[in-house]
Ligand binder design. Structure first.
Ligand code: GRG
Length: 295
């Protein structure tokens, strides 16, 4: 990882932490316990991949900082809500997330349910309050809603829950992940870009190809890490996919072929950026980060 990318990433992650804090309801506001649990779920943890994608794509299209900051925080709030709900006993039933007890363990199940619900609503409050015209914000809100809902992340999660113990084909597995993980990663890239100057059809196509490649790569790597890393490194329970009898890239292709697929997808992502030249360097480096990450 080159130094300038590392510095940009650290600075952006720090800025996102400050902005998230600012855009969450105050923990002094009633109901304090719910607001405290929302902050617990969102702050001080996570790689902030989605906000980094928002800022990297926004830079390419000269989007204003305030709009990017709100879009980045909105998408991270949706992501945090999905993790809180995913960890609940009715779904993945996990005790560890981002190196801390999951929200339903730290608080209780009802609180975890409400934290997710309230974070989803907060995401839309944050983005809709941006200082930008309704013409610009409305399509961004629609994109985020679509990526989060039943034809996006929630739909993917539904397919995931139904596929436990099932033998999925590679294309069925891909379809599930395009929705469950890919939709929000794609939305992150497009939200950043939409915050800036008008996109040409060619540019939208290129960003779509890039998002599609990193979305799948993210999941392939997630499956490899689940099978090879330990819980302390991951900050969540390792080896859960096999224990839960879930179809994964590793169970379908094996470890070596999964790693090769991730490398191929990373190269596809780089290729998709070729028309943007040097100004897409952060998006290029983020594809590397997604594939080379250790947690
Ligand atoms: C409950 C509606 C609903 C959806 C849940 C995202 C998701 C859908 C479930 C998470 C389960 C999971 C482990 C998915 C694999 C990919 C993924 C999203 C991993 C976690 O994202 P990271 O690695 O997490 O970006 P951090 O903590 O770094 O933000």
């Amino acid at each position: 990882m080159n130094i300038s990318f590392r510095n940009w990433m650290k600075e952006t992650q720090a800025d996102v932490e400050v902005a998230l804090n600012q855009y969450l309801p105050s923990t002094q506001t009633v109901p304090e316990n719910l607001h405290e649990a929302m902050a617990y779920a969102v702050l001080d943890g996570g790689k902030r991949v989605r906000p980094l994608l928002v800022f990297a794509a926004g830079k390419l299209f000269d989007a204003p900082q305030e709009l990017l900051s709100r879009a980045a925080c909105a998408v991270e709030m949706i992501h945090a809500y999905s993790l809180v709900h995913d960890d609940m006993p009715c779904m993945d039933d996990d005790a560890l997330r981002r190196g801390k007890p999951t929200v339903h363990k730290q608080y209780n199940e009802a609180t975890a349910l409400l934290v997710g619900d309230a974070l989803q609503a907060q995401a839309f409050i944050v983005l809709s309050n941006a200082k930008a015209s309704a013409d610009r914000i409305l399509p961004m809100l629609q994109l985020l809603a679509q990526a989060s809902g039943s034809i996006g992340m929630c739909g993917g999660q539904a397919i995931d829950l139904a596929s436990v113990g099932q033998a999925l084909t590679l294309s069925e597995l891909e379809q599930m992940h395009r929705l469950k993980t890919g939709a929000l990663l794609r939305a992150s890239v497009l939200l950043g870009a939409m915050g800036g100057k008008l996109l040409s059809p060619d540019e939208i196509q290129a960003l779509d190809s890039y998002s599609s490649a990193i979305g799948l790569a993210f999941q392939v790597v997630d499956d490899v890490l689940d099978a090879t890393a330990d819980s302390a490194t991951l900050g969540k329970t390792a080896g859960k996919d096999a224990a839960d009898n879930k179809p994964t890239y590793v169970s379908l292709l094996g470890l070596d072929a999964s790693r090769q697929l991730a490398a191929q997808l990373c190269s596809d992502a780089h290729q998709a950026l070729s028309q943007f030249g040097e100004s897409a360097q952060h998006l290029h480096d983020l594809a590397d980060l997604i594939v080379q990450r250790k947690a």
